[in-house]
Design a protein around this ligand. Structure first.
Ligand SMILES: Cc1cc2nc3c(=O)[nH]c(=O)nc-3n(C[C@H](O)[C@H](O)[C@H](O)COP(=O)(O)OP(=O)(O)OC[C@H]3O[C@@H](n4cnc5c(N)ncnc54)[C@H](O)[C@@H]3O)c2cc1C
Ligand code: FES
Length: 314
């Protein structure tokens, strides 16, 4: 089902923190939903051209329902606003997935760092680490206590070390203390607003390569600019120029070839295309190091070509 759309029923849609609604989805006929692992997200079609991603934050062991939680983004283009205004218990929601660009790797111990709504993929990870008996520490920051979803559920997870840090009471998360001394075989998982992710990247720079895993909900500043190149769209039989100041996705779309997309910023994975030949110059935040090295797929909303020619399976 990862690549096909299906319509699920909204079992419940309830506020769970200031500006956060938690939604449970079930199959209308009671069928089991596809399995997922912590870190997975689904695509949700919110109508009017709004396609958005939401992390699954319920229990992966319950095939009967999926749970997502959505923050109302006042500064956004309107997708989260539609969730808050239109999604109601008993209604229907077209979804696709799950997909996972943020899987929990095997490690001896875990350090989880979440900011605001970034708690959604982290919560099932904390539960998984606890269920496996691995030592875990979780730092959870938010603007204020009322704005922080799932605090009680986190407190109920046994065995770890949880710090709940509302900024208006305690200030920012103490990252230098948490990340100052690297520990072996520890995986750091971070999800939250861009300034938090940037700070964690900075403070963990002296950890071993690959220790930090992060997922962005909003794009870091990206540039789609780079050298000019040519792209051949194999199935469409088109050869196109990609000038240095234009994105590959824009050029493909302008030629009349549709590529499904959502964020146009290299963070959601929706525009993934297969590379037939040529070497991609990856600028996204989705592909793993292995996938980048193999060069078999790319995200044309932000990525380009290293050489003069790229051939895509489009
Ligand atoms: C893998 C993944 C998982 C996600 N999981 C969750 C989740 O569990 N819960 C959740 O609430 N959200 C999640 N998101 C984010 C979600 O998909 C939406 O982006 C979010 O709901 C906001 O949608 P929107 O249309 O309201 O705002 P968007 O238009 O998507 O904007 C989001 C933010 O980006 C900035 N922005 C938007 N447009 C511009 C622009 N033109 N210029 C500069 N800045 C801009 C603004 O700061 C805005 O607040 C996830 C995203 C990804 C990629
Ligand atoms: S559209 Fe989201 S990664 Fe390209």
């Amino acid at each position: 089902m990862a690549d096909t759309w299906t319509t699920l029923e909204v079992e419940s849609a309830e506020p769970c923190a200031t500006d956060v609604v938690v939604i449970t989805l079930v199959d209308p006929d009671g069928a089991a939903l596809p399995a997922w692992a912590p870190g997975a997200h689904i695509d949700v079609d919110l109508g009017a051209g709004f396609l958005r991603q939401y992390s699954l934050c319920g229990d992966p062991g319950d095939p009967g329902r999926w749970r997502i939680a959505v923050l109302r983004e006042a500064a956004g283009r309107g997708g989260s606003q539609r969730v808050h205004d239109l999604v109601r218990a008993g209604g229907k929601l077209p979804v696709r997935g799950p997909r996972n660009h943020f899987p929990l790797v095997d490690a001896d111990r875990y350090l989880f760092i979440a900011g605001g709504i970034g708690i959604t993929p982290i919560l099932p990870m904390v539960r998984r680490a606890a269920a496996q008996g691995r030592p875990w520490t979780a730092l959870y920051g938010g603007r204020s206590r009322n704005s922080m979803a799932f605090v009680d559920e986190l407190r109920a997870v046994p065995g770890g070390d949880l710090a709940v840090v509302p900024q208006d009471e305690f200030g920012l998360l103490d990252l230098p203390a948490a990340l100052g001394a690297p520990t072996e075989r520890t995986a750091i998982y971070c999800c939250g607003p861009e300034p938090l992710i940037a700070a964690v990247e900075r403070e963990s720079a002296h950890w071993s390569p690959g220790a930090l895993h992060r997922e962005r909900f909003t794009a870091a500043p990206v540039t789609t600019e780079g050298g000019a190149f040519e792209v051949v769209l194999q199935r469409s039989g088109l050869r196109l120029e990609v000038p240095e100041h234009e994105s590959l996705l824009d050029i493909i779309e302008n030629a009349g070839v549709a590529v499904e997309n959502s964020c146009r910023a290299g963070i959601c994975g929706t525009c993934l295309v297969r590379v037939t030949s040529g070497e991609p110059d990856h600028h996204d935040d989705v592909l793993s190091d292995d996938e980048r090295e193999r060069g078999e797929v790319m995200l044309p909303c932000v990525s380009r070509a290293r050489g003069e020619l790229l051939v895509l399976d489009l």
